[in-house]
Structures are given as structure tokens and as C-alpha cells.
Design a protein around this ligand. Structure first.
Ligand SMILES: Cc1cc2nc3c(=O)[nH]c(=O)nc-3n(C[C@H](O)[C@H](O)[C@H](O)COP(=O)(O)O)c2cc1C
Length: 165
């Protein structure tokens, strides 16, 4: 199983989380700077992991303005995609981790099969678009309010993804 972990190498916390996911997967995985590759790169992998933090009340960070138009022209049918998002539940409780949703709403209509939904237990927030049927549509990491939980959350998620393939 070939795993590609896509995130911006220019970001602070997203990059750090991406690197930790990479480490947890081991040798079957590689990380790719999403700002640096064309869309065809995604389709080299059995599992595509994409990560982004949440900015500006539920939006993706600015560098995504250059990436989204390319994604929107791609065909993700028959691909397995898992999303990780970052957010801050204390500072942004009404838009907590909406970046997962922002990516899902682009990728799902293109045919991507989303994997790696996780429980909302242990988080405190008012609203998040990233919740569907009571679960986050990916892994939500909060490095500001709950950094002590990140290690276990990543480890559990990678185990779950390995099982689901
Ligand atoms: C300008 C700004 C806006 C933010 N907006 C949100 C938000 O709407 N929802 C949320 O959950 N977190 C929000 N955050 C928190 C970030 O997602 C969080 O700090 C994340 O760890 C940043 O990761 P990065 O350094 O990779 O961008 C915001 C942070 C900043 C600086």
C-alpha cells in the first residue's frame, strides 16, 4: 500500500502534524509538498492523505487559492482519501476545524471515497461543518487547546486507516 501525505511544507503546525503522520505510517508513506506538485501526483498512491489548517472563520489558508482550481479539474473516482485538519476549539468554537469540510466538499463530488472519520468525543466546541452523522470527516488536531492529545489521536487514526484499506 502506497500512502501519499499532501500538505504545504511552508506551514507551521500543519507541516508538523503531517510529519508525525508520516512517521507513524513508516516506510509505506511519503510526504509531498502540495504547493509544489501537479494534480497527477495524487494518483500515484493507494491512499491519499490531505491536510490543512482552518483560517478566517472556517476557510482554508490563502495558499489553497492556487491549489483548489487544479483539484477541481481532477477525477478522484476510485480513490481513497483521508483528510486531516487543524483548528483551535477555544478561540474558534463556532467554526472548529472547518478545513476538513472545506476539502471534503471539493473532493467528494469529484468521486473521492473519504476514509478515517473520527469521534467528536473529547473536544468542546459549538459548531463545526466538519461533523457528519456525529463524526468528524477526518482527523481534527488542535495544537493550541489540546496538544497533549495529538500523539494518541494520530496514532489511533493511522491504525484505523491501515485497517480500513
Ligand atoms: C487568522 C486565523 C484564523 C483562524 N481561524 C480558525 C477557524 O475559523 N477555526 C478553527 O478551528 N481554527 C482557526 N484558526 C486556528 C488555526 O487553525 C490553528 O492555529 C492551526 O494550528 C494553524 O496551523 P498552521 O500553522 O499550519 O496554519 C485560525 C488561526 C488564525 C491565525
Amino acid at each position: 500500500m502506497k500512502v501519499g501525505i499532501f500538505y504545504s511544507f511552508n506551514t507551521g503546525k500543519t507541516r508538523s502534524v503531517g510529519e508525525r503522520i508520516l512517521k507513524e505510517f513508516g516506510s509505506s508513506a511519503e510526504s509531498i509538498d502540495i504547493e509544489d506538485v501537479g494534480v497527477s501526483k495524487f494518483f500515484e498512491y493507494d491512499l491519499i492523505i490531505i491536510g490543512a489548517s482552518t483560517w478566517y472563520d472556517g476557510k482554508l489558508p490563502d495558499y489553497w487559492d492556487d491549489i483548489l482550481p487544479d483539484l477541481e479539474n481532477a477525477d478522484f473516482k476510485n480513490t481513497n482519501v483521508a483528510i486531516f485538519g487543524l483548528g483551535n476549539q477555544q478561540a474558534y468554537p463556532d467554526y472548529f476545524g472547518d478545513s476538513i469540510f472545506a476539502l471534503a466538499e471539493v473532493l467528494e463530488p469529484l468521486g473521492a471515497k473519504l476514509l478515517g472519520f473520527t469521534s467528536t468525543d473529547g473536544y468542546t466546541f459549538n459548531a463545526s461543518k466538519s461533523v457528519r452523522d456525529g463524526k468528524f470527516m477526518g482527523l481534527l488536531i488542535d495544537e493550541e487547546s489540546q496538544p497533549e492529545l495529538t500523539k494518541e489521536r494520530i496514532s489511533n487514526w493511522v491504525k484505523q486507516l491501515k485497517k480500513s484499506l
